[in-house]
Design a protein around this ligand. Structure first.
Ligand code: DGL
Length: 272
């Protein structure tokens, strides 16, 4: 047993999709969350910039005594998980891409998989590579979606949102035409707009939540290392962001359906 918290971070509110999965699957695990909402989006930055920013994110998380860190961000996982691990060899760091690729490979029937993700994730080529490794003969259709993260960060997440619907159509049209039967939500922000994507793609298409899948990987690893938290010991989760905490809290409450505001604080990430 290990009752220390799990650190989860993202460039913004997207990693809350992993938090949601963790609260459901392992409600007794304590969470320290950081969202870099002052510097989001990361998805249109260079690898070097993404590495520098996420090093600071991890430095901040490391002021807490954590048992493991989940990079709840595809962009960071795709571009710099190795650098983060090299700089933090004394703590396990788990990414989101591998578990999402495996879940998609298992779910597809026609071997046609769509990936919607940020520019930096698509350009890294990581999903295509991982999918081809686990499922020879797979056809991967990738779509960069730069307009999604700004919309989500500003709260446009309802499936009826008139600003969101045309953007979903714009990005998903090509995948629908290719008749993919699985779409990887290859950015942890996208589960927040999952309903809008499902409405457009149709209920036969399976959506893979990269944040949610990664939580299964974290829990498996904790279990293998006998590091799960004891039942009934949960401390308060803590949420931190680098931008406006009111705005962060509003989106978080909407998505998690839980008032996290009393546990949320704003920090200056540049100090780390
Ligand atoms: N949530 C992040 C991801 O999974 C990235 C969003 C961004 O900062 O562009 O890729």
């Amino acid at each position: 047993m290990d009752n220390r918290p799990v650190g989860i971070f993202d460039s913004g509110v997207g990693g809350l999709s992993a938090v949601k999965a963790m609260l459901k699957a392992a409600p007794n695990e304590s969470i320290i969350y950081f969202g870099d909402t002052a510097r989001v989006p990361y998805g249109n930055r260079s690898r070097n910039e993404i590495t520098c920013l996420s090093m600071q994110d991890v430095n901040f998380l490391r002021i807490f005594n954590l048992k493991t860190i989940l990079i709840a961000c595809n962009t960071i996982t795709a571009n710099c998980i190795d650098s983060l691990r090299a700089a933090n060899q004394d703590i396990p760091i788990i990414g989101v891409v591998e578990s999402a690729a495996s879940a998609a490979a298992e779910a597809t029937r026609n071997k046609k998989i769509g990936v919607i993700a940020t520019q930096a994730t698509v350009e890294s080529g990581i999903y295509k590579q991982k999918l081809e490794d686990v499922l020879p003969g797979v056809k991967v259709f990738e779509q960069k979606c730069p307009k999604f993260v700004p919309l989500i960060e500003s709260g446009h997440i309802s499936p009826d949102d008139p600003k969101l619907i045309p953007v979903v159509e714009e990005y998903c049209r090509g995948l629908k035409e290719q008749m993919v039967d699985v779409v990887i939500l290859g950015c942890t922000h996208y589960p927040l707009i999952q309903e809008a994507v499902r409405n457009y793609m149709g209920s036969d298409v399976i959506l893979i939540d990269s944040g949610g899948e990664s939580v299964k990987a974290v829990l498996e690893e904790l279990s293998e290392n006998n590091q799960k938290a004891a039942p009934l010991v949960k401390g308060n989760d803590k949420y931190f962001c680098s931008g406006d905490v009111g705005k962060f809290g509003t989106v978080a409450n909407m998505f998690l359906q839980k008032n996290i505001q009393p546990y949320a604080s704003e920090i200056n990430i540049e100090r780390f």
